[in-house]
Design a protein around this ligand. Structure first.
Ligand SMILES: [Zn+2]
Length: 101
């Protein structure tokens, strides 16, 4: 499995909401690009809770200045430490560079 380490970008979904790009939410964006409507689970590989309410997580892959959107539960979208996700669960942000840098 091609796992990659990512970290949450704090405050990003407030500072750069999906509505800036014409989407209701970052989760809606992820579903649209991925062409998925059902069966979603938190993309953190080590998440103990697999099927609960999800949000569009706004994450950065460690070591590169590239931003991705991926479905995360509330706990994982608040995580301070890096965590692993499957690379295939990451969707490029519409402008995948870090707006802070
Ligand atoms: Zn989770």
């Amino acid at each position: 499995m091609d796992a990659v380490l990512v970290r949450n970008i704090k405050g990003a979904s407030r500072n750069d909401p999906a509505s800036n790009y014409g989407y209701q939410s970052w989760l809606a964006y992820w579903k649209k690009i991925r062409a998925v409507t059902t069966f979603l689970q938190c993309s953190n590989i080590d998440c103990p809770k697999k099927s609960i309410k999800l949000y569009g997580g706004y994450v950065q892959q460690l070591g590169i200045l590239r931003i991705y959107i991926t479905p995360l539960c509330a706990d994982c979208s608040d995580k301070k430490d890096p965590f692993s996700v499957k690379f295939s669960d990451l969707i490029n942000h519409p402008k995948p560079f870090n707006p802070d840098e």
